[in-house]
Design a protein around this ligand. Structure first.
Ligand code: PAF
Length: 288
């Protein structure tokens, strides 16, 4: 597996691969890889001749009070995991390689970036769209793999690709969970043991929401109330948002009659966790 922090070296390999007619799959990550990332890399491995994993904690998607400085990192372990799955290249640039001093160009998707996590993280999705654009251009990937755990990110990247005619297919992959239902996340490591235990409340609440929708409930506010009440029954939990939005525009809905995303963001102690399920055509596709 090639390990490099240089854009020029990635491009050199890409040029060679493209010349040989090989397809390229990209898995963009911020490192500290877990089984959720592994599932994306495996899927990319199955569907492409060459697999590139980017491992970059992207500074421009963090707000000034967010956890950029403390975001967990373990490049050696990341390399092992990628090598084990058979990735061909891991790209691990320094921030200065990605953003030169006179960097001024940003990419953003309006409307879809404004609700849900965008309310408390106003610059986040522009940072994501910008780095993802750079990664698409550097790797010339045919396919890029994103987890449904970050459902708003997935919807925004898909829209960006459609609106701006990027030559890439976005592949959304299901949420990978711990045995007790907690969605896998690099940030789970921030949870103290008692918080880790209480964090399962997100999954419990969403499971109930899913059950209601499965049983035919179409009143979105009713489902939101039940899910919110369950989460708030846990004293360590503080709701940031509990919302049902339509899965295309990410705008709140009153009635569930088309594809919807039910998404929650909850503080457990000081740790902010997100989770969700998606219902398309009245069929729950992500089992919580
Ligand atoms: O989902 C993530 O880990 C990041 O937002 C991404 C897509 C790698 C961009 O930095």
């Amino acid at each position: 597996m090639i390990k490099t922090g240089k854009i020029s070296e990635v491009k050199e390999n890409v040029r060679k691969w493209k010349k040989a007619g090989l397809s390229i799959g990209l898995v963009p990550t911020m490192g500290y890889l877990h089984e959720g990332h592994a599932s994306l890399i495996k899927k990319a491995r199955e569907e492409n001749d060459k697999v590139i994993v980017s491992d970059f904690v992207n500074p421009i998607q963090f707000g000034p009070k967010e956890d950029l400085g403390t975001y967990p990192r373990d490049f050696e372990a990341d390399c092992k995991l990628c090598e084990g799955i058979g990735a061909d290249l891991i790209f691990h640039p320094e921030p200065s390689e990605m953003y030169e001093g006179d960097f001024h160009s940003y990419v953003g998707v309006n409307t879809l970036s404004e609700g849900l996590c965008g309310k408390t993280r106003p610059i986040h999705f522009n940072g994501v769209c910008t780095v993802v654009t750079k990664l698409f251009n550097i790797t010339e990937a045919d396919r890029a793999y994103f987890g449904q755990k970050d459902a708003q990110q997935l919807a925004i990247v898909r829209r960006m690709v459609r609106d701006l005619n990027y030559n890439i297919t976005i592949v959304g992959c299901p949420i990978i969970r711990e045995e007790d239902g907690l969605a896998k996340s690099s940030r789970n490591t921030y949870l103290k043991p008692d918080e880790r235990e209480k964090a399962t409340i997100l999954h419990k609440a969403l499971s109930e929401g899913e059950r209601m929708v499965r049983d035919g409930e179409t009143d979105a506010n009713k489902v939101v109330k039940v899910v919110r009440d369950i989460i708030e029954s846990e004293p360590l939990a503080k709701v940031d948002y509990v919302e049902i939005v339509d899965w295309n525009e990410l705008q709140k809905v009153e009635k569930i009659d088309g594809p919807i995303l039910m998404a929650v963001a909850v503080y457990i102690g000081k740790v902010r966790l997100i989770d969700n399920f998606i219902v398309e055509n009245s069929m729950v596709i992500e089992m919580v």
